[in-house]
Design a protein around this ligand. Structure first.
Ligand code: FAD
Ligand code: NAD
Length: 469
């Protein structure tokens, strides 16, 4: 049904969670759709070198740790000597990635989305060139995602496996003896946890005085305690100024973030995880007159329209948290908008999860952000140690914190550390999407015994009346 003057109604650049979801929904809506992807497989960062492979390693290493650290034995499960076979673990990870990326290829065929293989560059605002051929479209969506932010003075070489980025840290064929993670954010803590559980000594060097910027202050403090208890060494308020490599050893120069005496630290593996930046290089944006903001991102309106007619953008390349589910929701919405329907994403309610053990999750405003926004807040907190299921499972670390507006009781944010926080946070997000008060959550019947009862109790604590503490 494309207009005769164009090859496609919609052409999407990038097949990550933003791009592939936009492509499938556009095709479902009857639009003739193509998706350009330069990787060998579909699915973007998320399926190839992000969410999925990291979760495979997190799961495998969690099983190893349970068997190795006596958790299984505590429940009478006798395992004998437990060892880790890194190549089998990596093989299982590779299978999951293959199945899931293949699944997107299947969905493209099923929905008649054309996969144009190669890198896309703009020729004009309705034409892109891919592998020497031009393709035209009425609407074009930029969903090119993001890549690792480099750290000056620290050169990553994933092939050598000594100074690596997240992609290299997902591919290690050995358990490092000493892994230094530069950046105490989501990637550093998830992948640091993987290799610590498998036997590495892990040192996390973080520029700020707390881990996990952007999360609620109580969560950040408690997370640091938990990671220390698990054996991670945390070097907060510290920066890495340089790295050199000799053979299989890297030597890092560290300084206090505020400046001061330098020291050196040796490691057989260094993971650089200081953030990601949008992929806009070599897209030929100058050909269509599309400018970037100061952070190198493409700005859009609420409908994901850029300033250039017919050009839209979603996912990591636009402002907002760099999360797969945010990209997916934007992908859905942009397709609806292009098709003339209405696609909306509520950016105030995007949950975030760190898949460590315990998991760390949050949605909405932090306590500080709520106060800065002018709210007088009431907070309710409930420790997982007082939740019967968590206590029984010996998963007592963490708490749930509900932040509500003192005048209206409307829930402004929910933050938690709990073994299954990633699952529990969905309820908080849905409650907030429905404009819930803390009383609404407190009056909702929660199955017993579940970890989710801690959310109900934290909501009850907003008005000062939890039962089990
Ligand atoms: P991407 O997934 O980056 O996809 C963009 C695609 O566009 C890429 O495949 C790229 O090859 C292609 N491309 C770029 N330029 C061109 C071009 N010119 N022509 C053709 N193709 C092009 N998020 C979560 O929500 N949960 C997690 O657990 C999680 N874990 C992560 C773990 C790691 C190690 C990393 C690195 C990230 C993780 N993320 C996670 C973040 C998540 O992967 C991203 O937010 C998400 O992939 C963004 O989706 P996207 O569609 O915007 O871009
Ligand atoms: P991040 O922004 O989460 O953390 C980077 C950390 O590095 C920050 O704490 C920052 O203060 C610190 N830092 C910056 N410069 C530094 C320096 N010179 N020295 C020491 N520390 C420094 O970034 P990330 O961990 O690289 O992850 C990138 C993106 O990928 C994130 O936006 C995240 O949302 C996404 N991601 C999400 C998940 C998930 O949802 N579970 C998992 C992995 C990645």
């Amino acid at each position: 049904m494309s207009e005769a003057s164009h090859d496609y109604d919609v052409l999407i650049i990038g097949s990550g969670p933003g791009g592939y979801v936009a492509a499938i929904r556009a095709a479902q809506l009857g639009l003739k759709t193509a998706c350009v992807e330069s990787r060998e497989t579909l699915g973007g960062t998320c399926l190839n070198v992000g969410c999925i492979p990291s979760k495979a390693l997190l799961h495998g290493s969690e099983l190893f740790e349970e068997a190795h650290d006596g958790t299984l034995a505590k429940f009478g499960v006798r395992t004998g000597k437990v060892t880790i076979d890194v190549s089998t673990l990596q093989g299982e990870k590779a299978s999951a990635v293959k199945e899931l990326t293949g699944g997107i290829e299947f969905l493209f065929k099923k929905n008649k989305v054309d996969w144009l293989k190669g890198r896309a560059t703009f020729v004009d605002s309705h034409t892109v060139e891919v592998a020497g051929k031009t393709h035209t479209a009425r609407d074009i969506v930029i969903a090119t995602g993001s890549s690792v932010t480099p750290l000056p003075g620290v050169e990553v070489d994933n092939a050598k496996g000594v100074i690596v980025d997240s992609t290299g840290a997902l591919e290690l064929d050995r358990v490092p003896e000493h892994l230094v993670v530069i950046g105490g954010g989501v990637i550093g803590l998830e992948l640091g946890s993987v290799w610590r559980r498998l036997g590495a000594k892990v040192t996390v060097v973080e520029f700020l005085d707390q881990l996990l910027p952007g999360m609620d202050g109580d969560v950040r403090k408690e997370a640091a305690k938990i990671f220390k208890k698990q054996g991670m060494e945390l070097r907060l308020a510290t920066k890495v100024t340089k790295a050199s490599q000799r053979g299989k050893t890297a030597t890092l120069t560290l300084e206090p973030a505020a400046g001061g005496k330098a020291e050196t630290l040796k490691a057989d593996c260094v993971l650089v995880a200081i953030g990601r930046r949008p992929n806009t290089e070599d897209l030929g944006l100058e050909k269509i007159g599309l400018e970037l903001n100061k952070r190198g991102q493409i700005e859009t309106d609420h409908a994901f329209r850029t300033k250039i007619d017919g050009i839209w953008a979603v996912g990591d390349v636009v402002p907002g948290p760099m999360l797969a589910h945010k990209a997916e929701d934007e992908g859905l919405a942009v397709a609806e908008n292009i098709a003339g329907s209405t696609g909306i994403v509520n950016h105030a309610v995007i949950p975030g999860v760190v898949y460590t053990m315990p998991e760390i999750a949050g949605v909405g405003l932090t306590e500080d952000a709520a106060k800065e926004a002018g709210h007088t807040v009431k907070c309710g907190k409930f420790p997982m140690m007082a939740n019967s299921r968590a206590k029984t499972n010996r998963e007592g670390d963490g708490f749930v914190k509900v932040i509500a507006d003192a005048a209206t009781d409307r829930v402004l944010g929910v933050w938690m550390i709990a073994s299954v926080a990633g699952t529990m946070i969905a309820q908080a997000a849905q409650a907030m999407e429905f404009g819930a008060s803390s009383e609404d959550i407190a009056l909702t019947c929660h199955a017993h015994p579940t970890h989710s009862e801690a959310l109900k109790e934290a909501a009850m604590a907003v008005t000062g009346k939890p039962i089990h503490i």
